[in-house]
Design a protein around this ligand. Structure first.
Ligand SMILES: Nc1ncnc2c1ncn2[C@@H]1O[C@H](COP(=O)(O)OP(=O)(O)OP(=O)(O)O)[C@@H](O)[C@H]1O
Ligand SMILES: O=C(O)C1=C[C@@H](O)[C@@H](O)[C@H](O)C1
Ligand SMILES: [Mg+2]
Length: 310
């Protein structure tokens, strides 16, 4: 696969993870306890508390606290609750150990932790004023992302019809804008030229002000600026499935190109999906359609759209 021959997906390099979605914590128990200890120590430092003071406030022995901070102590949930409370944190906040946090989330959390409680109301008002409406507008633009055969067109069209939104196929917009089929655009402009045109067409689709379900091209996640724009302006949903099902669905649609060098194409597909996964995971929601029929996946998509957050 190359720029000139976009079959299942155009190839691209792995991109660093920025905001992974919720996944099982891959750490061992030891790593978890070390992270917990670090969290207690760092929060205590930021609060300007000595270990002695925190031990007293939380009603634990200083030795116990020292063990916990060193990642050696497996404290009871009740003691941890006392320690969290003495640090001004809720238990969930205390256990949010940063494994899944982005840099921005960590920064925001730290700023909030340092603010006295009476200022939090002001923070909420400001956030609502600055982002409340934007968030509502974002939900009027639903973008489906995923590799070929994910179901972006099939499910997106149904979703638009049900919601009374217009349906926009970004690849089709690009073909209309250039007056050329996809293969020719790639052949003439290469991958980077294509990405430029894609961004232009995306901006136009987003600026129309109409309520929209947008089916994007599988590679939209490869260009950071374009993808950041999509994430910030749309409710994004990754339609996820296995490489085998992507391949099987695309072939069933009669596109036999990916099957040409079967084993190699399958390998390419696995690699591209793995490379893009961290970016796809930045979506607001992930709908896994593996092993499902269209109707089942549509119901899952509908549920994701109705859900107000992750
Ligand atoms: N669970 C499922 N969800 C969605 N589509 C499914 C499912 N199972 C099978 N399909 C079939 O898979 C195909 C999905 O193709 P579709 O064109 O919608 O994908 P796409 O994401 O738009 O791909 P492309 O990037 O090529 O435009 C359809 O033919 C659909 O009938
Ligand atoms: O996955 C990809 O890289 C692509 C998918 C298509 O929808 C097109 O957007 C283009 O061929 C690139
Ligand atoms: Mg499509």
């Amino acid at each position: 696969m190359n720029d000139q021959n976009p079959t299942l997906a155009a190839s691209d390099a792995p991109v660093p993870v920025a905001h992974p979605a919720v996944r099982p914590d891959p750490r061992s128990d030891g790593e978890f306890l070390l992270a917990l200890g670090r969290r207690v120590r760092e929060t205590r430092d930021r609060r300007g508390l000595t270990r002695k003071q925190l031990a007293r406030d939380a009603g634990v022995s200083e030795r116990h606290l020292a063990h916990l901070e060193a990642g050696e102590g497996n404290v009871s949930i009740v003691l941890l609750r006392h320690i969290a409370s003495a640090l001004g944190l809720s238990l969930p906040e205390m256990l949010n150990l940063g494994a899944e946090e982005s840099v921005e989330q960590r920064l925001v959390r730290r700023i909030l932790e340092q603010l006295p409680r009476h200022r939090l109301e002001d923070v909420v008002f400001r956030l609502m004023r600055d982002y409340g409406q934007e968030e509502a507008a974002r939900r009027n633009r639903i973008a489906l992302i995923g590799l070929r055969g994910a179901g972006k067109t099939t499910l997106g069209r149904r979703l638009a019809a049900e919601l009374g939104f217009r349906f926009v196929e970004l690849d089709a917009e690009i073909e209309r804008e250039t007056g050329m089929p996809m293969g020719e655009i790639f052949a003439l402009y290469g991958q980077s030229g294509y990405r430029r045109i894609e961004q232009r067409c995306l901006r136009r689709a987003l600026d129309s002000g109409e309520r929209t379900v947008l089916a994007t091209g599988g590679g939209i996640v490869s260009q950071t600026e374009t993808y950041d724009l999509l994430l910030s302006r749309c409710l994004t949903i990754w339609l996820r499935t296995s490489p085998e099902e992507h391949m099987q669905r695309v072939s069933a649609q009669g596109d036999l190109r990916p099957m040409a060098g079967s084993a190699e194409a399958m390998e390419d597909l696995r690699r591209i999906l793995a490379a893009r996964e961290p970016q796809y995971l930045r979506a607001d929601h992930v709908v896994d359609t593996s092993g499902q029929g269209e109707d089942e996946s549509f119901r899952a998509l509908r549920a994701a759209v109705e859900d107000r957050g992750r």
